[in-house]
Design a protein around this ligand. Structure first.
Ligand code: HPA
Length: 272
């Protein structure tokens, strides 16, 4: 089956269950899954039951597609995303984004856990993503262009929507939540970086480093969505502190800042 046919099949399956047109989708990063608990009148669809949908294989990523009311808006939350390091190709990593586009999603909020490269950052900081660097070595748009979604050579001069960024800063100020902003730099992982790689990331203009998000944002922009990205700085990147990195620390920090992260996202969705 062609990729687009697979997308349409997944779309039809979900569309049959949800009828309305949700406007906002939120992708929940590592440790942020509990935001899904706050969705009212919700319907949970396991990824496994959606035809052609990939499976989530990482600890901290549940694999649920959630639809319902959140802060007075009809939203979709994806609790669990697909990473290149899991062995999925980039088309599979971004499959769900294409399904969201077909469902009518116009605004996408992507969240993730990331390592702090900018030494003024601290673990627990929330970083509004102002731009990104695709250092994955590949691109989800490679191959025959999906003309149904967007052009062959999409503009990426404004990958993250200015209005949504301003809104995020305003909400943060109002709720007294400290936020920083910066450039998200994607490495494929799955190993954490070496200290030399982190020096390179800094030299190249990265403020935070992570293993997700960029392919999704590329596919979302190609599909005409407005995107807001927020990273939870869960640890200082490799070599900055004299200690090894591990996934437990990432989950632990994101759990620690969960409440302020939730408050921020709730405020943003409320005011969108
Ligand atoms: N590097 C890459 N990905 C990450 C990190 C990191 O230090 N922390 C959380 N995700």
């Amino acid at each position: 089956m062609e990729y687009i046919e697979k997308v349409l099949e997944s779309y039809s399956y979900i569309k049959n269950k949800i009828k309305d047109v949700p406007e906002i989708a939120i992708i929940l990063g590592s440790g942020l899954g509990s935001l899904a608990d706050e969705v009212k009148d919700k319907m949970v669809i396991d990824y496994e039951s959606i035809p052609n949908f990939p499976r989530s294989t990482v600890a901290g990523h549940a694999g649920e597609f959630i639809y319902g009311n959140f802060e007075g808006k009809k939203v979709i939350m994806m609790n669990g995303r697909f990473h290149f390091y899991e062995g999925y190709d980039m088309k599979t990593v971004t499959f769900a984004i294409r399904v969201l586009a077909k469902l009518g999603i116009k605004k996408l909020i992507v969240t993730n856990a990331a390592g702090g490269v900018n030494t003024s950052f601290k673990p627990g900081d929330l970083m509004i993503i102002k731009d990104h660097i695709n250092f994955s070595g590949t691109n989800p748009l490679i191959g025959k262009n999906l003309d149904d979604f967007g052009p062959r050579f999409p503009d990426m001069s404004k990958p993250y929507d200015k209005e949504l960024i301003d809104l995020a800063f305003n909400v943060a100020a109002k709720k007294d939540i400290k936020v920083v902003s910066g450039v998200y730099f994607m490495m494929t992982g799955p190993n954490y970086e070496t200290p030399a790689e982190i020096r390179m990331v800094r030299t190249l203009g990265g403020d935070a480093v992570g293993m997700s998000t960029v392919p999704e944002v590329i596919a979302a922009k190609h599909s005409g969505m407005k995107v807001l990205g927020i990273s939870c700085i869960t640890n200082m990147a490799s070599g900055i502190l004299d200690k090894p990195l591990n996934h437990e620390e990432v989950i632990e920090t994101s759990n620690m800042v969960r409440d302020k992260f939730k408050t921020l996202i709730k405020g943003i969705v409320n005011h969108i």
